[in-house]
Design a protein around this ligand. Sequence first.
Ligand SMILES: [Mg+2]
Length: 294
Amino acid sequence: MARKIQAVVNPGSGQPKPILHTLNQVFRTAGVEWDISLTQNSGDAERFAREAVEAGVDVVAAFGGDGTVMEVARGVMDSEVPMAILPGGTANLMSVELGIPKDLTKAAEIAANANSPIKSIDVGEIGGTYFLLRVGLGIAAQKVEIADRDMKDRYGIMAYSIAALKAMKDAKSVKYKFILDGEEFEAEGVTCLVDNAGNFGVSGFSASKKISVFDGLLDVILVRDRSFQSFVDVGKSVATSTPSSDTVYHWQAKEINIETDPPQKIQVDGEIGWQTPVAIKVIPAAVRILTGGE
Ligand SMILES: [Mg+2]
């Protein structure tokens, strides 16, 4: 029986390039049966992915940015059906994390190949919402508000760095109270990240080996002062496995409770709309993803 792929396509994603021709070429050559669904509103990609699973497809392929990838991941989460990523957005951090090629032909070949390795990745959960990349509190939430669509179109991934610098100028120190797998910590900081994936996509926060989507743990990083150096230190701390420093604390845990004084805004995979206090946990190996690697 031919391999069946449902491609969930976000037509509003970053790259204004025709993609159907490429997909048709790759999938036809591979003898794959395929169809597409076009998303219009948020929630569509998740619904299409779930319907495709119920219809018995072998793969659900997500074309778009991290938002589309997250939605498709939610749609396949409770099944054994793997997803594939066809990077098409402004930010494709999850595909970078997993070593999935940016080139659409190569990415589609991974989806088409029945022998592509499947990796199970962890998913984070915050108040009933799932995330693949990270939760950000304080500055990390403000920079998402500042990096609007227009900035992202003009500056691409740099928009987040520019927005981070803007947000940092107004940063104030906040009291954080953590409960990490039952242990309590208190500390002051200007921003806090809870990371599932290590690829920050922002200069100074470059990909770290220590944060892993495969280890069943979330990484909690508290930036303690607002100097630029301390932002750079986040990258250093995780890269060199230093558990803490004067400017950055770094912990790992499965279950995380965070309270702050005053309450802080929270972004979840780039979406605003949460506020402390929060409970966050990891769901280990929750989503199966086709990769090109070993
Ligand atoms: Mg991890």
